[in-house]
Design a protein around this ligand. Structure first.
Ligand code: UFG
Length: 344
């Protein structure tokens, strides 16, 4: 599993191990956390290094690869397409090259609803045209579009999971979201409730009921479950495909803030801010395909539950995973991370 020490990767690794799979995590720790591996076999390495990925596949005897390793900041991708193409496209192609060379033929890919771009209709189904607005979305689509060629030539079958807004934390409290910098709405709102900087509302003049953007927040544990199901589907011999993974429930930024205030019992100070370039007014999924074909139904769909699980993690880990790297000061005084890296 590449990027298995990151946010969605670590939750998925835990879910896979719980269902009896042997998981080897391959991560360069640029954004992931060693502790998030929860003791799973761990290889520190770079996905663009084909030989390193080949070695990892060979030595672990991997039958499948889940590929999470990527940068994830949509706005940063517009400023730095080189970095995003290098990490997201070159990284995925190198991983696929290594898989082809080692005859490893099942691939689960972390894609995104960003492949659709500005929605022409809602909810978004998988047949909606793919016209990404950001370089980030384009990199995810580029990998999806390469996959049929890798299947034809090398027999690699794949499932692409197009995540909507991943949020929440491990219901057991062992794992959570720890990005530097943190760009996402739920952890930022929790940070504001904890006395951090006020939450900036990026635009309140959208054509939505309360003027703020609508998104489909999906619990990271439910995303993890989608990965387990996608793998089982491939192991059962299924054909390659792509699935949306979302709850089909639109929530506004103000809904998020209200949920955070209810869950924490604290006020969330806010500040009005301009629209963030590239933010569509509304994005929410039709998840009919994954429900019908994989039997995936989110177990924790309510925004309140998502926020409550995230809050439990944030309250218990106000400084995140606190790795030795962080304690050495790199977290605050290290290289400027504003243009990435991310890491699922
Ligand atoms: N928002 C704020 N203030 C903040 C942070 C976010 O108002 O401080 C708003 C955003 O404008 C947006 C909503 O909250 O309307 C959600 O923003 P996020 O940054 O949490 O998530 P995005 O919808 O922008 O991005 C997510 C994932 C991406 C993925 C994208 C697909 O983070 O990886 O969905 O659109 F590609």
């Amino acid at each position: 599993m590449t990027g298995g020490a990151g946010y969605i990767g670590s939750h998925s690794a835990k879910a896979l191990r719980r269902t009896g799979h042997r998981v080897v995590i391959f991560d360069n720790l640029s954004a992931g956390h060693r502790e998030a591996a929860l003791g799973a076999p761990f290889i520190e390495g770079e996905v663009r290094d084909v030989d390193a990925v080949r070695r990892a596949i060979r030595e672990s005897g991997a039958e499948a690869v889940m590929h999470f390793a990527a940068w994830l900041d949509v706005a940063a991708s517009v400023r730095d397409p080189v970095g995003y193409y290098r990490h997201n496209v070159v990284g995925a192609l190198a991983t696929l090259e290594a898989m082809a060379a080692e005859a490893c033929r099942q691939f689960v890919f972390s894609s995104s609803c960003a492949v659709y771009g500005e929605p022409l209709e809602l909810p978004l189904g998988e047949t909606h045209p793919t016209r990404p607005v950001s370089a980030y979305g384009q990199t995810k689509l580029a990998v999806e579009q390469a996959l049929p060629h890798f299947e034809r030539a090398y027999g690699i079958r794949s499932v692409s999971l197009r995540y909507f807004n991943a949020a929440g934390a491990d219901p057991d409290g062992e794992l959570g979201e720890d990005h530097t910098p943190e760009i996402h709405a739920v952890p930022r709102a929790l940070g504001a409730a904890q006395g951090g900087p006020p939450f900036e509302i990026f635009g309140e003049d959208y054509p939505t009921p309360d003027g703020t953007c609508l998104r489909d927040y999906v619990h990271v544990a439910d995303l993890a479950d989608a990965h387990v199901r996608a793998l089982h589907h491939l192991q059962g011999g299924a054909a390659s495909t792509a699935y949306n993974v979302g709850t089909e429930r639109p929530s506004s930024v103000r809904d998020v803030l209200a949920a955070v205030e209810r869950v924490t019992g604290r006020a969330v100070p806010t500040r009005d801010a301009p629209r963030r370039p590239g933010d569509p007014a509304a994005l929410y999924a039709s998840a009919a395909r994954i429900r019908e074909e994989l039997g995936w139904v989110p177990a924790r769909p309510a925004l309140e539950t998502i926020v409550a699980d995230a809050w439990r993690w944030h309250a218990a880990h106000p400084r995140g995973f606190e790795t030795p790297r962080h304690r050495a000061g790199l977290r605050d005084g290290g290289p400027d991370m504003a243009a990435g890296p991310g890491g699922r």
